[in-house]
Design a protein around this ligand. Structure first.
Ligand code: ADP
Ligand code: MG
Length: 942
């Protein structure tokens, strides 16, 4: 996190020279003005929504730069945070979670998508992993189509909370996923603020469906539908409904929704739209104010058809209510016009919310893995909401944010301080704002939510009676105060919010009338029945009271908190720089307000006053033991003194660290960076040493194999040359693998590997010796004529299938004949034994035996029908073999070298010591025959 050269402000606010709100503000602004939207506070990532595309920020090359890097090596980025999570998850075998917070439009959902993109990009490309990744990525557009909407604050606002657990294998590859959704804002189906839209899917369906679908579902423009036309906006900037519909359909398929199910989904959506167009007239009725009757038979018929029910049944369900009297008795009453409208809206909301839940479950079924090794959870949930009028939904949303703040405090600030105390570390206490009382005010027994539940149980309970009760029972007046009329006021950590109790009871009860459930259970749409099956099941048990929305949410939040607490947490604090959703405008007051309620200054102070880093001794020792020779590779003393040794050796200033009971604490991040940097440098050295060892090991194994095999083949058969048996074996003598002509030839012929290559003398039909190169690959034996490394000719290519054997003399000469099915190949090479072993070993792998014959009288074919003989004779005092030939016969005379049963010396020169080996082995390996064969490739000689 050192200052990078072009920096306008530190990447980590912990490095600010003074820690004030102004300093934090100006650092954020300086970054923002330079298109640097990310900043750290320690490991907390702050992200300021740029409201414009900053191209270089998300290029694939940028992404790659963050792979396996340390936090401070690159500019702050959400990729860095994703990288740490995945890496540490695998290394430390722990689950991680990323908690993304911020107000609506601050960039939470975008950040969560970047994390998923990063994980997808860096993990395995294996087919099964790719499939899961595609499902994970495609679940985003699918959930956004059904769960997002244009609001005043954000054109693509998530109207539900989402905890996405990406499931991983032990190796760190995504193998599945699980989504938990919270509080879909279903009221949006029937009403919303002016200039906002309903869920994207409705506009997508109307804009993107085919003519055939439009006819079947009776679809027209959005202005045709009361549920859509009431807020008077149909388009959203930056959103292409038509194109998105196609994407939604693809996503549905990828996420395991069959085409039949997709068809049912479209019917249900159309059903909701047509339902919204239904209206009721009121008739006078005996004993009640009015009696609702369906206005338009035509609309009724269409709506019923879409929902897969009959018009009569739909009309009846919307205008009647059954109430269970006793255990079996059911009392039916007729509804008035207002009640019928209420019923209609209930049905629309219920169908949609259950459909949404069904989609989430289906995605989970498709991508869920039973026993993942690890998970990384990503929480993207709406931030604090403070509106003109705040209702039950806002209370729930603000409650979960209050809880998230609580665990943020718990996990970062409080835990930090408590740990110092526990470890016996000296440090000055920092006061922080603890929001526990506010959480308790809402969630505890006798708190707001439980009082609301109580009131819902009273037959006479109303919103007003709830309001009165609240102030009778709750004593915490610091956080709860009375407002005008039906208002109560909560002092949240993020600000003071006025809630209007109007509608609280109704929303909390969230009653779904049995008539509506029964109606849907009679639907001819398979999906229509399926999404209400659980409700029908529950209603069978009349004693079971339905769980209220508030309690259900409280339970969900508690489960979420447990899940988060079981993970190593990471935080992204998203900041919205302006209300106008435009780039380049940093609204000072607006940002300051968020800096304040996100507690950023406090966060920096705690990081700085305390220690930037701590680690248990064992881990620290393990991580840094390579930094001194005393602790590397093994430290035999106790862990704490091992850590001490390391720090002393590195001459780290004494006031930079403290020793706790179980952990070491390091004050400044710079010291940690220094340790990390030294560690990285050392690791590189260690890794290359290990690689060298490994190469040496492989080379030695090869050496032993060749030597043993050579003894098997040659011992007692042929007189050997000193050079031949006491030397190293490289295979490629002269770096043929780098000669462009050879590379090209091999490529064209599909050879993949050189097994042996050397220069040789090829004896032609007229007994003339020609400078050639023999290259043995995995596929064939080549006789090459090379002018330069890049230029040459293939004189002959003998595929291994055509090789029938080799012949050599019993004397110490270097001649060898390779027999092939068509004709043979006579050559002289002083590494012919290695050549033979190499062929023999290669053929052995393919279950073919290489016949090796030793004789001083060899018959061979110079051409297909041209049979010749070659005779070998020993003449002492002839150090070099002499070759002469005429007609069909030729002779070789040679003196003695070593006896036939000579054994090699057991010296082995490790590969490492062959310093700078690049080219051919020269010197001792030079020619032994009168033909002046040399170790240098033919192309290297003019
Ligand atoms: N990193 C980013 N780069 C560019 N634009 C962004 C970025 N983050 C957010 N935005 C813009 O802001 C809008 C709102 O962001 P979103 O993530 O949906 O907010 P939230 O989920 O917090 O409500 C996005 O639709 C996009 O236009
Ligand atoms: Mg969002």
């Amino acid at each position: 996190m050192a200052y990078r050269p072009h920096q306008h402000a530190p990447d980590d606010l912990v490095l600010l020279s003074d820690i004030t709100e102004d300093a934090v503000m100006s650092a954020l602004k300086a970054h923002y003005d330079h298109d640097e939207i990310y900043t750290y506070i320690g490991e907390v990532l702050i992200s300021v929504n740029p409201f414009k595309q900053i191209k270089p920020l998300y290029l694939p090359t940028t992404l790659q730069r963050y792979r396996g890097r340390l936090l401070y090596e690159n500019a702050p980025h959400v990729y860095a945070l994703a990288d740490i999570s995945v890496r540490n998850m695998v290394a430390d075998r722990e689950n991680h979670c990323v908690i993304i917070s911020g107000e609506s439009g601050a960039g939470k959902t975008e950040a969560s998508k970047k994390i998923m993109e990063y994980i997808a990009a860096v993990s395995s490309k294996a087919a099964d992993v790719e499939k899961v990744k595609q499902q994970i990525l495609e679940s985003n557009p699918l959930l956004e189509a059904f769960g997002n909407a244009k609001t005043v604050r954000n054109n693509n606002s998530s109207r539900f909370g989402k905890y996405f657990e990406i499931q991983f294998s032990y190796g760190g590859d995504p193998v599945g996923g699980k989504i938990t959704q919270y509080l879909l804002e279903k009221s949006r189906i029937v009403s919303r603020q002016d200039t906002e839209r309903s869920f994207h899917i409705f506009y997508q369906l109307l804009a993107g469906s085919s003519a055939q679908e439009q006819k079947e579902l009776q679809l027209y423009g959005p202005e045709h539908y009361a549920y859509l036309s009431q807020s008077n906006v149909y388009r959203a900037d930056g959103i292409d409904d038509r194109a998105d519909f196609a994407e939604t359909k693809t996503a549905m398929t990828v996420c395991g929704i069959s085409s039949a199910e997709q068809k049912d989904i479209m019917h249900l959506l159309a059903g909701i739209l047509h339902l919204g167009n239904m209206s009721f007239a009121s008739e006078e009725a005996k004993g009640q104010d009015d009696k609702a009757v369906v206005d338009s038979k035509e609309i009724l018929a269409i709506a019923a058809q879409m929902l897969g029910v009959t018009g009569d049944k739909l009309a009846h369900a919307l205008t009647h209510r059954s109430i269970k009297g006793g255990s079996t008795e059911v009392i039916k009453s007729t509804l008035g016009k207002e009640q019928a409208l209420y019923s209609r809206d209930s049905l629309a909301k219920a169908v949609y919310s259950r459909l949404f839940q069904w989609i989430v479950e289906r995605i989970n079924t498709t991508m869920h893995t039973e026993k993942p090794a690890f998970v990384i959870g990503v929480l993207d949930i709406y931030g604090f909401e403070i509106f003109q009028t705040n209702g039950f939904e806002q209370l729930c949303i603000n409650f979960v944010n209050e809880k998230l703040q609580q665990i943020f405090i718990e996990l970062t600030l409080k835990k930090e301080q408590e740990e110092y105390v526990k470890e016996g570390i000296a440090w000055t206490r920092i006061d922080y704002y603890d929001n526990r009382p506010c959480c308790e005010l809402i969630e505890r027994n006798g708190g707001i939510l439980s009082l609301l539940d109580e009131e819902c149980l009273f037959p006479k309970g109303t919103d007003e009676s709830f309001h009165t009760k609240l102030f009778k029972q709750v004593t915490d007046t610091t956080h709860l105060t009375k407002g005008a009329g039906s208002i109560f006021v909560i002092k949240h950590f993020a600000g003071v919010v006025e809630y209007d109790t109007k509608g609280f009871l109704d929303k909390n009860k969230d009653t779904l009338f049995s008539d509506l459930v029964e109606l849907m259970m009679a639907s001819s749409l398979k999906l229509g029945k399926e999404i209400f099956a659980a409700d029908a099941e529950r209603m069978k048990d009349s004693k079971k009271r339905p769980v209220t929305a508030g309690t259900q949410f409280k339970t969900q939040v508690a489960a979420l908190m447990d899940a988060l607490r079981a993970c190593v947490p990471h935080y992204i604090r998203c900041i919205k720089p302006n209300e106008r959703k435009v780039g380049g405008y940093f609204d000072d007051e607006m940002v300051r307000n968020q800096v304040r309620y996100l507690g950023l200054v406090e966060n920096v102070r705690v990081r700085r006053a305390g220690f930037a880093f701590r680690m248990v001794y064992g881990h620290f020792l393990h991580r840094y033991k390579m930094l001194t020779e005393e602790t590397w590779p093994k430290w035999s003393g106790d862990e704490k003194s091992g850590c001490e040794k390391i720090l002393q050796h590195l001459k780290i200033a004494k006031d930079e660290y403290q020793f706790g009971k179980t952990k070491i604490f390091i004050k400044s991040p710079q010291t940690v960076f220094k340790l990390e940097e030294m560690r990285e440098a050392k690791l590189v050295a260690i890794v290359s040493k290990i690689q060298r060892f490994y190469r040496a090991f492989v080379a030695r194994k090869w050496y032993l194999l060749i030597r043993a095999s050579m003894q098997d083949i040659f011992s007692g058969q042929k007189e050997r040359r000193k050079f031949s048996i006491n030397r190293k074996y490289y295979g490629d003598y002269g770096n043929f693998k780098h000669a462009p002509f050879v590379v090209d030839t091999m490529h064209k012929n599909d050879d993949s590997k050189i097994l042996f290559a050397d220069n040789c003398n090829k004896i032609n039909k007229r007994y003339k010796s020609q400078r050639r190169s023999i290259v043995v690959t995995d596929k064939a034996i080549y006789n090459l004529s090379l002018k330069t490394p890049a230029k040459g000719k293939i004189a002959r290519r003998i595929p291994h299938e055509m090789v029938t054997g080799v012949s050599l003399s019993e004397l110490s000469d270097n001649f060898i004949i390779i027999h092939a099915t068509d004709y043979d190949y006579l050559l002289e090479n002083n590494r012919k034994s290695e050549l033979v072993v190499c062929l023999k070993e290669h053929y052995r792998k393919t279950n073919k035996d290489l016949a090796v014959k030793f004789s001083n009288n060899i018959t061979y074919k110079a051409k297909e029908k041209d049979v010749r003989t070659i005779t070998f004779t020993k003449v002492e005092g002839t150090p070099r073999a002499i070759f002469a030939g005429k007609g069909k016969t030729s002779t070789v005379t040679v003196g003695s070298d070593l006896p036939k049963d000579a054994q090699p010396k057991s010296t082995y020169v490790p590969v490492e010591k062959r310093s700078g080996y690049r080219g051919p082995a020269g010197g001792a390996a030079s020619s032994s025959s009168g033909y002046g064969q040399a170790g240098t490739p033919s192309w290297a000689k003019k």
